[in-house]
Write a protein that binds this ligand. Structure first.
Ligand SMILES: Cc1cc2nc3c(=O)[nH]c(=O)nc-3n(C[C@H](O)[C@H](O)[C@H](O)COP(=O)(O)OP(=O)(O)OC[C@H]3O[C@@H](n4cnc5c(N)ncnc54)[C@H](O)[C@@H]3O)c2cc1C
Length: 388
């Protein structure tokens, strides 16, 4: 039995020395290497490859990859800290790192055979960006209604279909592509494949022109008789639905982290602005109405952060986290939208123009309620868990 003296829970937001050093180094990097280019990347809708290379050098592109494969050998919680710290400066960089770690590497670690791990993990730690391709034009929330097909040819599968909305489509060299290899079996035919850029029959199509996270590429993928070796099935044929469900359950904690980082970034800018901006002979931060609005936003953000950190810590402790992860995503994305909206208001006219960063963060916040399961779908998950 655990005695009281042995059981010493620490606060969720108390970081270990290692976590704190990691978080601070990622934030300092973001401040120094990303902040100067945020507006330009948003306007050009592009992340320069040189910046992606620096993210690899920093060690945030292979956070959970064991050291034996060249990664950082850290935890899921470290990934959450990295996504939060990066998104505080630019949520587009946040999502690039999020997809790499919480979806692609996560799936490889959990479902990859030893051969798959040996072939791909060292590359993922050293320079290969990953993407996760589930959605299609006709299957978003109802993802398993996909029409991409995989014909079993014995030693290989031949994939045909189109994927839509694929984050990192421009930067990625490795794509986890979901296709149905046995449509008669319904969702039990869905299989996850590792498709490399350069495989015959695979190409990246149009890039979306978006409201927010504009620098993050969102692309269509075309599979035209794309032959994928059998050894590139991730997990087993017919188990792709499990790969998808389990990775997305974890991935949405990463989106929660993106949203709290984004909201913190907007608050940082706004607290500074309200101290500088004078009206009626004093800083607008001195008006009680303004102070209270900021205090309420900071309170909501703290609540969202607790949900995100708790979900991540539960996941690392191998405890159930499904409900908490859905709660953290819906709540943090709503907090991000409310916070950034307030921050635009508190900038007055300056909040409405591109010269000030809150306009972009307001646009960026919107995606949190859409990808990796819309808010309605999160509510469905929560309702199922609490109501049986
Ligand atoms: C910028 C961006 C990046 C993305 N990145 C990726 C990626 O990397 N990989 C990937 O696979 N996908 C990605 N997606 C796709 C994303 O996950 C889907 O857009 C999302 O799941 C919603 O699907 P949909 O767009 O088809 O909307 P729909 O499913 O058509 O939903 C439309 C509306 O109907 C509601 N709705 C649908 N079904 C129900 C229901 N049963 N009950 C109540 N309401 C419901 C939804 O909540 C939503 O409000 C990305 C999308 C965007 C915009």
């Amino acid at each position: 039995m655990t005695t009281q003296s042995q059981f010493q829970p620490s606060a969720l937001t108390t970081l270990s020395e290692d976590e704190r050093l990691f978080h601070d180094s990622v934030y300092e990097f973001a401040d120094r290497e990303i902040r100067p280019y945020v507006r330009e990347m948003d306007e050009h809708a592009k992340i320069p490859r040189a910046l992606v290379d620096k993210l690899f050098d920093l060690g945030v592109m292979g956070i959970e990859i064991p050291e034996s494969y060249g990664g950082a050998g850290a935890t899921f919680f470290h990934s959450v800290l990295a996504v939060e710290a990066l998104s505080r400066v630019d949520p587009s960089i946040g999502v690039l790192v999020d997809v790499q770690n919480t979806l692609v590497i996560n799936a490889l670690l959990r479902w990859g055979s030893e051969d798959v791990k040996r072939r791909y993990l060292p590359k993922m730690a050293a320079g290969t960006v990953g993407a996760y391709a589930l959605s299609e034009a006709g299957s978003g929330s109802d993802a398993f209604a996909m029409s991409t097909r995989a014909a079993d040819r014995g030693g290989s599968f031949v994939l045909t279909g189109r994927k839509l909305w694929i984050t990192n489509g421009n930067e990625a060299d490795l794509f986890i592509v979901f296709a149905n290899a046995n449509p008669e079996a319904g969702y039990r035919g869905i299989t996850a494949f590792l498709v490399e850029r350069g495989m015959a029959g695979f190409s990246v199509g149009k890039k979306e022109d978006k409201l927010g996270i504009r620098a993050s590429s969102t692309c269509e993928l075309l599979l035209e008789d794309c032959e994928v070796p059998r050894g590139n099935v991730l997990g087993e044929p017919g188990k792709g639905y499990k790969v998808a469900i389990e990775t997305l359950n974890e991935g949405r904690i990463g989106i929660g982290a993106q949203m709290i980082g984004l909201a913190q970034g907007a608050l940082d800018h706004t607290i500074k602005y309200t101290k500088d901006r004078k009206q009626f002979g004093k800083a607008i931060a001195e008006f009680q109405a303004v102070k209270h609005q900021l205090a309420r936003a900071a309170t909501e953000l703290e609540a969202a952060r607790l949900l995100v950190y708790n979900s991540a810590r539960l996941r690392d402790a191998r405890q159930p986290f499904l409900t908490e992860a859905a709660m953290c995503k819906i709540f943090s994305s709503e907090v991000a939208e409310r916070t950034t909206s307030l921050c635009v208001n508190l900038h007055g006219g300056n909040g409405f123009v591109r010269e000030y960063p809150v306009e972009k963060l307001y646009r960026d916040a919107k995606i949190g309620q859409i990808y990796e399961g819309t808010s309605n779908l999160q509510l469905e998950t929560i309702a199922k868990q609490i109501m049986g």
